[in-house]
Design a protein around this ligand. Structure first.
Ligand SMILES: C[S@@+](CC[C@H](N)C(=O)[O-])C[C@H]1O[C@@H](n2cnc3c(N)ncnc32)[C@H](O)[C@@H]1O
Length: 251
């Protein structure tokens, strides 16, 4: 995948791109990053990227010309890319969108700044993405979040291609509780079923824990899950015996 990022702060990407799975994915040739500073596409001697808003108001607005000239340059000589604008007004970023993006050959992420960008930029954009209902200073952190979530889903990026399958949200369900050694820590022990070596029982326990955890923490996700009659009964029973305020994991 070719992942191109248009930003006023290329240096912000130095750290995240040089660590862990993202670094390894680049070394393996699974993803190539190209970071562009759209200030380099200004034509005036002050390299102006922003201007006051028409109609008045606080702050500065990103001008369309540098961003669109930069976009045209990054699209030249490459297979057409999906252009994504990072904006708090966009579609909420979810695992399903990360999966869609992971199947693309070429993504172009545009990071806004200041009060945002001239509305006309939207005519060049395929998709608008928000990473949450809050306002960041700029789109850079959002672009890093999107890139990270997407790259780990490219086949080969994780040690094992099944690693992402059980992650929270991969099936609209939160992940089950995980434990590692030691068996006992500060008086708390690991659920015995996980030491049983009995895979069917372990899978059953994990599925139930994941369902219960989702019901307690993210009931909004449950409506998109198809549950068996037995699973529904299990959840109803557990939720009845779990009073509010004591709604932590049930063993
Ligand atoms: C300070 S924000 C501008 C917010 C704009 N005035 C508004 O209300 O929509 C500057 C830039 O940060 C980025 N940004 C801020 N919050 C974001 C979010 N939740 N998701 C994605 N990008 C965000 C966008 O690129 C935005 O153009």
């Amino acid at each position: 995948m070719l992942l191109q990022i248009l930003t006023l702060f290329p240096e912000m990407f130095n750290g995240p791109l040089r660590c862990s799975i993202i670094k390894r994915a680049q070394e393996q040739g699974l993803v190539e990053f190209r970071i562009w500073n759209f200030r380099d596409f200004t034509t005036d001697k002050h390299r102006t990227v922003d201007d006051v808003p028409y109609g008045g108001g606080d702050g500065m607005v990103l001008k369309p010309e540098p961003i669109i000239s930069c976009l045209k340059a990054v699209q030249r000589d490459n297979p057409p890319g999906k252009v994504i604008l990072l904006t708090p007004q966009g579609e909420l970023f979810k695992q399903a969108i990360a999966r869609e993006f992971a199947a693309e050959e070429h993504l172009i992420l545009i990071c806004g700044h200041y009060e945002g960008f001239d509305e006309r930029i939207r005519a060049w954009v395929d998709r608008e993405i928000s990473i949450g209902d809050y306002v960041l200073t700029g789109g850079e952190l959002a672009a890093m979040v999107v890139s990270d979530a997407v790259i780990r889903l490219i086949p080969g990026a994780l040690g094992s291609d099944t690693s992402a399958q059980d992650d929270s949200f991969s099936e609209n369900i939160l992940e089950y509780p995980q434990y590692t050694r030691p068996y006992e820590f500060e008086g708390m022990t690991v659920p015995d079923v996980l030491l049983s070596g009995h895979h069917a029982r372990i899978n059953d326990w994990r599925r139930k824990q994941a369902l219960l955890r989702t019901a307690l923490r993210r009931p909004d996700l449950l409506k998109d899950l198809s549950l068996s009659a037995a699973e529904q009964k299990y959840l109803e029973e557990k939720l009845n015996e779990t009073t509010f305020g004591n709604r932590e994991e049930v063993k």
